[in-house]
Design a binder for this molecule. Structure first.
Ligand SMILES: Cc1cc2nc3c(=O)[nH]c(=O)nc-3n(C[C@H](O)[C@H](O)[C@H](O)COP(=O)(O)OP(=O)(O)OC[C@H]3O[C@@H](n4cnc5c(N)ncnc54)[C@H](O)[C@@H]3O)c2cc1C
Length: 474
């Protein structure tokens, strides 16, 4: 005998997307049921953003120790205790976990069911002994690592983002399939903590971002000793002693690569297996659940958001989706997803951050566009920090409208915030021109790029040098 629940909203999945919907609905006093089959907090908290950024932070500290001599501070090669690194990563997760816990959501008024959810028909879900008939359903079941069909892969113990952060011993030689953001962020973090790292990528590394920006980061990663093989395919995988052996077709020909562990970072697939989408009349595409611009599925009662909907797979995109469906469900206000305003960040060092259209997209959409650039090397704060690698690229349309911005360099992920505001509000260079950037901050590079728009002369290196001198003189 199952118990019948009839809330206004039933959310499936307690990750970034689902928790945002549940918390938002509960804040307005709307009855909401949240169903989670695994760990509350989903990928971001347990297997994604949080542990990866904690590991990257540990790697950054190791790197800073190595680089300290450039500042006249001598510390030598850092000693890495990987068990302690692992404990640091765990403690960061533990510090954040209460925000996403069953206890917190129950206290907010959400009915949390810890079980697997499944549609039994267009209007009904079953989970953990409950039958739920809600006014609206929100599918927020996320994604997991894609397992490529490579001969031999199933017979070895490979790592994914769900197991990587459980390691208490640093792999001697970490092999990574896939040079997207996850693959390269983890490559650099492990390399800085002392592992040898080889990344194999079938196409171009960081292919979704502007090559002019990614080249800068890739040069740095390679300079730090990471091997990144682009346009290379893994043909087969086998066990080799305690480790793993890859047979690869690289640009330089066939290669055998031995490593001690293998991480899969070759893309993500939406988690929809066992969800009963057919019973609910919901279709899927190759990337995820099929939705329209307002994130509704073919079943008008059901929305799909976050990674499960197959768009940009970021926590902030999941949160944005949540705000859109809440707007529709709670206030009956029309909501349309605008992907142009969702920032994209790769947390390598240097970071790569972008928002709006890339140069290529802008040229396709508008024909003529202007590109403004300013290098970090021309920024006084960057000089002081010895962080002179990188540049900003601003894509400008008619009447100075800012269509897109890309930054590669130290602090790019923080800097892109200001540009997100500008792009979201459809603002132009004129608006930016009114703002005053404190000196000396890296953010000034944006302002300098804009000045270059008004004064083409300043694009000449000699004139730039004079400007810098004058600024210093006050
Ligand atoms: C290594 C890594 C690093 C990342 N770093 C960043 C970053 O720095 N910044 C960023 O913005 N994004 C980052 N991401 C992406 C980010 O983690 C995801 O975009 C985000 O977690 C998506 O949230 P979601 O709610 O859609 O899915 P998830 O967080 O995956 O949550 C889905 C939840 O649904 C549950 N579920 C699935 N099926 C069912 C079912 N049938 N019944 C009940 N429950 C179910 C799952 O157990 C899961 O808890 C990273 C991802 C990875 C893998």
């Amino acid at each position: 005998m199952t118990q019948l629940l009839q809330p206004d909203i039933c959310v499936i999945g307690g990750g970034s997307a689902g928790l945002s919907v549940a918390a938002g609905a509960a804040a307005f006093g709307v009855p909401v049921v949240l169903i989670e089959r695994g760990r509350m907090g989903g990928d971001c908290l347990n297997y994604g953003c949080v542990p990866s950024k904690a590991l990257i932070a540990a790697g950054r500290h190791a790197h800073a120790v190595r680089k300290a001599a450039e500042f006249g501070v001598f510390a030598g090669e850092p000693a890495i205790d990987f068990e302690r690194v692992h404990a640091h990563v765990r403690s960061v997760i533990d510090a954040i976990a209460p925000n996403d816990s069953v206890e917190r959501f129950t206290a907010l008024g959400v009915k949390v069911i810890e079980a697997e959810a499944r549609f039994v028909d267009r209007d009904t879900i079953e989970a953990g002994g409950f039958t739920i008939r809600a006014r609206r359903f929100v599918i927020a079941t996320g994604s997991s690592a894609m397992v490529p069909s490579i001969p031999g892969l199933v017979s070895i113990d490979y790592l994914t983002n769900e197991t990587l952060f459980d390691l208490t011993r640093l792999p001697d030689h970490l092999l990574i399939i896939g040079a997207g953001p996850v693959g390269l962020e983890m490559a650099q973090a492990h390399s800085r903590l002392g592992a040898k790292v080889t990344v194999i990528e079938a196409a171009r590394a960081l292919a979704k971002e502007d090559a002019e920006l990614t080249r800068v980061a890739l040069d740095r990663l390679r300079g730090e000793g990471i091997t990144i093989l682009e346009n290379s395919r893994v043909l087969s995988v086998e066990k080799a002693g305690q480790g793993v052996r890859l047979q690869c077709e690289t640009q330089e020909g066939a290669r055998t690569i031995d490593g001690s562990a293998l991480l899969l970072a070759a893309g993500r697939k939406a988690d929809t297996a066992g969800l009963g989408l057919d019973a609910a009349g919901i279709a899927e595409t190759t990337t995820g659940i099929a939705v329209d611009a307002s994130l509704r599925t073919g079943n008008r009662r059901v929305y799909a958001i976050g990674d499960a909907s197959g768009g940009l797979q970021f926590t902030h995109a999941a949160n944005y989706h949540a705000s859109l469906v809440l707007r529709e469900i709670l206030f009956r206000l029309p909501a349309r997803e605008n992907r142009d305003i969702i920032p994209r960040v790769t947390f390598t060092d240097p970071e790569i951050a972008a928002v709006g259209l890339s140069e290529e997209e802008a040229r396709k959409r508008y024909g003529h566009v202007e590109i403004l650039r300013w290098p970090f090397a021309e920024n006084d704060r960057a000089q002081a920090e010895r962080a002179t690698t990188g540049l900003i690229k601003v894509i400008v349309g008619r009447r100075g409208r800012i269509l897109g911005v890309g930054i590669v360099g130290s602090g790019a992920a923080e800097m892109i915030n200001m540009w997100s505001l500008i792009i979201a509000n459809g603002q132009s260079l004129r608006h930016l021109g009114r703002a005053i950037a404190p000196y000396p901050t890296m953010t000034e590079i944006g302002k300098r790029a804009v000045i270059a728009y008004y004064t083409p002369l300043t694009r000449k290196p000699f004139v730039r040098a004079v400007i810098r001198l004058l600024r210093r003189l006050g």
